[in-house]
Write a protein that binds this ligand. Sequence first.
Ligand SMILES: Cc1cc2nc3c(=O)[nH]c(=O)nc-3n(C[C@H](O)[C@H](O)[C@H](O)COP(=O)(O)OP(=O)(O)OC[C@H]3O[C@@H](n4cnc5c(N)ncnc54)[C@H](O)[C@@H]3O)c2cc1C
Length: 491
Amino acid sequence: MSSTSVEDRYDVIIVGAGLAGCAAAQALARADPQHRRSILVVDLHRGVSPRFSGEFIHPRGAEVLDELGFYGRLISAGAVDVDGFVVMENAEHDAPVVLDYAAIPGERSRGISVHHKTLVRVLRRTICEREQVTLREGWRVTDLLRQGAGQSTGQSTGQSSGAITGVVLRDREGVEHRVSCDLVIGADGKASSVRKLAGIPDRRETLGFTAGIEVTDARLSQPLHANVILGGPGPMLCYPITRGAEGLSFRLTFDLPHALPAKGRELSDYLIDAFVPYLPGPLADQVAAALAERRGQLELAPTFNLPAPPATAPGLALVGDAAGCSHPITASGMTMGLLDAKYLAREARRRAGARVGTPWLDDRSLRRYRLEHDRYVPTRQALADSIFEAFRGEGEGARGIRRALFSYWRSGERQRVRSLALLACAERRPRIFLAEYLKTAHHVLHSSLAPRHASHYPVSDRLRQVHGAVGLAGTKVGVVAQVAWSQLRVF
Ligand SMILES: Cc1cc2nc3c(=O)[nH]c(=O)nc-3n(C[C@H](O)[C@H](O)[C@H](O)COP(=O)(O)OP(=O)(O)OC[C@H]3O[C@@H](n4cnc5c(N)ncnc54)[C@H](O)[C@@H]3O)c2cc1C
């Protein structure tokens, strides 16, 4: 078949060939050992999407990349094995808190970090080797086909109308193709057109922006960890992304508010003045020089919070960011997308022997996928939300939680391991998240009210902090109750 055409029908059509779409394609192809199925993957970008995106992947995600046969290829392409997180509350004065993946019992000891464009390029190249997979780049989905109705209007109320039975695609020349299938997988990111066309409501809110630059050979004492550096107007994150002949190159990101404090050239000046002084000394000099000389290109990406919308509808599954995303501070979005691919493929394997002509993944498979998805995604969202609040430290409550979080981490190895297990998506039970969160809130109460700890703060400050912390903890109880409810729900 020519690279500009498609068949009239496939078993599965995946919209979006980013991390989640490629992982889903590879996982499904591997779940079909007899090569009886066909999978079409389309992406609107001819090459890799130019948008600056995630790069640091927890051990759980690295494990899925390994199971899918991507890991070795990524390492050959320059990806770096990474060891965990280092969190610096005050880089100049306090010892950092080190959170090592290797300390989590039963977990793979290292994650992986890789330049996002390299990641997607390697994944796309790999899926094209699968006999069942057809990839079309430069093609976009413009509508969905539905049972009975033929086609959605794009305004449909979605879930109440007929099952989704295919897509309308526009190719590179602007020609439309109607292609049918048993299952559409929406892997088209947080602004998912598939989700909208299916009429699945969402509560997406813009949080702000992340700016990033590349720094060669960043001078860090723990270069194989993601270094979270606090103190400035927002958290900074520095981690390796490429191992080359000349050494390691790193990404440094700055968290910025929605109303950008400056634009263009002035943004670099703002970062030098407002953020760089909080970096550890040697790195600060390197970054200031890179920003001043515009050596590293400054990239900017908006950040969003998208509380998990329903991840399935008849004939449709959402994966990756299309099925929920959070602020990137916990670096967990890609691990979520990889877990989605893994659990969809588990359902596909269960039905590997299903008669051709009957759907590969049926309604029951989709129900089971959604149940699994609803176990890990909301817990991670509640965590990302809390960590973002604490690390940003806006308001007394958040500052109190941040101070307590550090003292909790410094109180013992066990405490650090439990927090990291949550952060790395190795621990996904919402009640454990709530227990950890309440322990931190308890620390705030204790350190704000117990005279031994608090005597050097004015009473009014201590009360404001306690009030804020109680308010934040109350919000989390609500979030966790929602998570627990979603897991009990009978579909
Ligand atoms: C600044 C930043 C830093 C981050 N850092 C991390 C990190 O360190 N670790 C981590 O785990 N996560 C991180 N994330 C999150 C991570 O980038 C995402 O979770 C991940 O990229 C989601 O992958 P995806 O495949 O679901 O979506 P995307 O990567 O958005 O891919 C969607 C694909 O769909 C295509 N598409 C869109 N619309 C259509 C259409 N109509 N038709 C056809 N194709 C379409 C797009 O071209 C794109 O290729 C970060 C995010 C940001 C913004």
